[in-house]
Design a protein. Structure first.
Length: 565
C-alpha cells in the first residue's frame, strides 16, 4: 500500500461540523465526543461519516465492517476524524420468491433516508459510503446526491464463482436448477451439491447482476475510485481500495468538490453507456433514473434507449454471456472497458470524478491488454447495439424494459397466460402448465400494487430450468433480477394497480413482445381496452399499515424510477 498523504486541513473543510464543535455553547456537544474517547485535536478535524450497510444477513455485506475499518484508517491518515454508522440492507437472493421481496426496493429509500438523517443530525463534513447488496448501492448514491456534501462510494466487491462438476457456477445456476429439478432433469442430490457449491464466500453475486452492474455504473459516473468496481471481495486490493477511498473524501473536502460537480448529464450518459455495453441489469434503469432525479439531472427512458442504440455490446458477461466480475477484473476492469468506449467517442472524457480529475485523465494510466475474450474489440462486438431496450405500445404507454444480452429470440407473439401475483404464476410453472409460445403476464406487482415491485428471478429461473427460457416471453409491472435473461419485459408502466392497460388483459389475448421493433402490445382495438378498463376496479391495498403501506402511497411510476415523493 502506498504511503498515506496527509492533507493539510483548515477551517473551510469543517464547513458543517463547526456547528457541533466550536464555541463555549458547544461544550455539551464536545463532552459527548470526549465520552467516546476523542481528543480535542480529533474533534477539531473535519468530521467524516462512514456509512456502511454491513450486516450478517447476506454474504454481499458480511465483510463490510472490515472495509469500513480500513476506510476509517484512510480518513484518519489524511487528516480527518471518521464516525462509523450502519444502515439496513436486505438480501435480495434470500428475499426472492416470497413476500420478503416486497421489502427490497423499499429498502433503497430507507437506506437513502437513514444516511441523509445521520449526516444531517451529526453535521458531517463528508461521507464515505460502503455497500454490497443490490439496493444498498443506489441507496448510498441517492443519499450522496441529496446531501451534496463531499463523498465517495466504495463497493464491497464481488463473490468468486463456485465450482460444480468442474464448471464455474453462480447463484443464477441454483435458481435455474429449481426448475430443472421440478421437471425431473436434476436429482435432489445434484441440486443439493450445487446449492453447497455455488457461493464460496463473501461478496455480491458473481455475474453482472444488479450489484455488480451498479458498481460499474457508479465507477463510470465518477463517484468511485477508478478500478474499484471489479476487485473481488476477498482480494487484498479491496482493503487498499478502502483506504484510498477514505483518503479521497478528505481530498474532495480540500478541493471543494461536491457530488453536484460530478453527477452531471455527462456522468449519467457515461454510466448508461457502460451498462449497455456490458449487458448490465435492467434494475440499473430504475436506479439511474432515481439518482438523476436526486441530482437534479433530467434523464428519461428515451435517453437510455437512445444511448443503447448507438453503443455496441462488447463485454461478454453473465447472465447473458460467459464471464463473471472476477474475469472482468482480470481483463482490466471497468477502466479498460471505459477506455475502449472513450477512444470510440462514446464517453464524455471531460466529466469530473471523485479523484478531482476527469475521466480522460483517470484513464491515461490504464493499458489495454490483449484479452479480447471478456471485452471484445469494438470492431467485432457481441451485438452492434446495447443491451437495454425500451418497449412501448398499447400495453406500456409509459414504457417497459427488456435486456437483450444473450437473448436468442427477440420477438414472440402468443396467447397471454395472466396471473395476478408471482406466487400464482410460479405454481403453474412448476406444474409444467406453461407451454412454448405462451406470453406469461404477472401483474399487480408494480411499485404501488406489490407494493415494492418484486423481482421475478424465481419465476424466470424456473422457466429456464424447464427448458422454456427461449420459448416463452414474460411481461410484468414488477422487476427482474440482474440474473434474469430471456425475452422478459419488466417495469411495464403504467402498472396494473393504477389502471394501466396491463390490467385489462385476459387469458388468451394475443400479445406481442418485440425487442427489435421496440413494441409491447395486445391485439385489441383501443375501444375494447377502454371498455375493459371502464369496468375495472382498483384492488384493495395489500398492506394497510406499516412501511409497505406508506411506500405504496408515496411511490411514483417505474418509468420515473419508482421514487417516493
Amino acid at each position: 500500500m502506498k504511503t498515506a498523504r496527509k492533507i493539510k486541513t483548515d477551517r473551510k473543510m469543517k464547513h458543517r461540523s463547526w456547528q457541533v464543535t466550536e464555541g463555549p455553547e458547544r461544550a455539551p456537544h464536545r463532552a459527548m465526543f470526549h465520552a467516546m474517547g476523542l481528543t480535542d485535536e480529533q474533534i477539531a478535524r473535519p468530521h467524516v461519516g462512514v456509512a456502511s450497510s454491513w450486516n450478517e444477513v447476506t454474504p454481499c455485506n458480511f465483510h463490510l465492517n472490515h472495509l469500513a475499518k480500513k476506510g476509517k484508517e484512510g480518513i484518519t491518515a489524511a487528516g480527518g476524524t471518521p464516525f462509523e454508522f450502519g444502515t439496513i440492507a436486505v438480501s435480495d437472493a434470500i428475499a426472492m420468491g416470497h413476500a420478503g421481496m416486497k421489502a427490497s426496493l423499499v429498502s433503497r429509500e430507507v437506506i437513502a433516508d437513514s444516511v441523509e438523517l445521520m449526516a444531517l443530525a451529526e453535521q458531517f463534513d463528508g461521507l464515505l459510503t460502503i455497500a454490497g447488496c443490490d439496493k444498498s448501492l443506489p441507496g448510498m448514491l441517492l443519499a450522496l446526491a441529496r446531501l451534496n456534501i463531499p463523498g465517495v462510494f466504495l463497493y464491497g466487491g464481488s463473490i468468486l464463482p463456485g465450482e460444480y462438476d468442474s464448471k464455474p457456477v453462480t447463484i443464477q445456476d441454483v435458481f435455474e436448477a429449481v426448475g430443472a429439478h421440478a421437471r425431473g432433469k436434476m436429482s435432489l442430490e445434484e441440486l443439493s451439491r450445487l446449492e453447497h457449491s455455488a457461493c464460496p464466500g463473501a461478496g455480491s453475486c458473481a455475474g453482472l447482476y444488479t450489484a455488480n452492474t451498479m458498481a460499474a455504473a457508479i465507477e463510470a459516473m465518477g463517484m468511485a475510485l477508478p478500478g474499484t468496481a471489479t476487485v473481488p471481495a476477498v482480494d487484498e486490493r479491496r482493503q487498499e481500495a478502502s483506504f484510498r477511498s477514505g483518503e479521497a473524501v478528505l481530498d474532495m473536502l480540500a478541493k471543494g468538490i461536491r457530488p453536484s460537480d460530478i453527477l452531471t448529464p455527462k456522468a449519467f450518459h457515461n454510466a448508461v453507456t457502460v451498462v449497455v455495453a456490458s449487458g448490465g441489469s435492467t434494475n440499473a434503469v430504475l436506479h439511474l433514473l432515481a439518482i438523476a432525479q436526486e441530482a437534479g439531472v433530467r434523464l428519461t427512458l428515451e435517453d437510455m434507449d437512445r444511448i443503447s442504440r448507438r453503443t455496441p455490446h462488447i463485454a461478454d458477461m453473465r447472465p447473458g454471456g460467459r464471464f463473471v466480475m472476477a474475469d472482468l477484473d482480470k481483463a482490466g476492469g471497468v477502466p479498460v472497458l471505459m477506455k475502449m468506449l472513450l477512444q470510440a467517442g462514446l464517453l464524455y472524457g471531460d466529466a469530473l470524478t471523485v479523484t478531482g480529475k476527469t475521466v480522460r485523465e483517470n484513464l491515461r494510466g490504464w493499458k489495454l491488454n490483449g484479452n479480447r475474450e471478456v471485452i471484445r474489440a469494438l470492431s467485432s462486438p457481441i451485438s452492434p447495439t446495447g443491451t437495454l431496450v425500451v418497449l412501448k405500445g398499447n400495453l406500456a404507454p409509459e414504457g417497459a424494459v427488456v435486456k437483450t444480452a444473450g437473448v436468442g429470440k427477440l420477438r414472440l407473439k402468443g396467447p397471454a397466460r395472466v396471473f395476478d401475483s408471482e406466487e400464482a404464476a410460479m405454481k403453474v410453472i412448476l406444474k409444467g402448465k406453461i407451454k412454448a409460445g405462451d406470453v406469461v403476464v404477472i401483474r399487480y406487482e408494480g411499485p404501488k400494487g406489490g407494493p415494492g415491485m418484486r423481482e421475478m428471478l424465481a419465476v424466470t429461473g424456473a422457466l429456464y430450468g424447464e427448458g422454456l427460457g427461449d420459448q416463452v416471453a414474460l411481461l410484468t409491472d414488477g422487476r427482474f433480477s440482474g440474473a434474469t435473461h430471456g425475452l422478459m419485459a419488466g417495469h411495464v408502466a403504467p402498472e396494473a394497480a393504477v389502471g394501466g392497460p396491463i390490467a385489462a388483459l385476459k387469458e388468451g389475448d394475443i400479445v406481442t413482445v418485440d425487442a427489435e421493433r421496440r413494441v409491447l402490445s395486445v391485439d385489441l382495438p383501443a375501444k375494447e381496452i377502454k371498455k375493459r378498463l371502464a369496468r375495472w376496479k382498483p384492488p384493495a391495498p395489500r398492506y394497510k399499515s406499516g412501511a409497505l403501506a406508506k411506500y405504496a402511497r408515496l411511490v411514483s411510476s417505474a418509468s420515473q424510477g419508482a421514487v417516493c415523493r
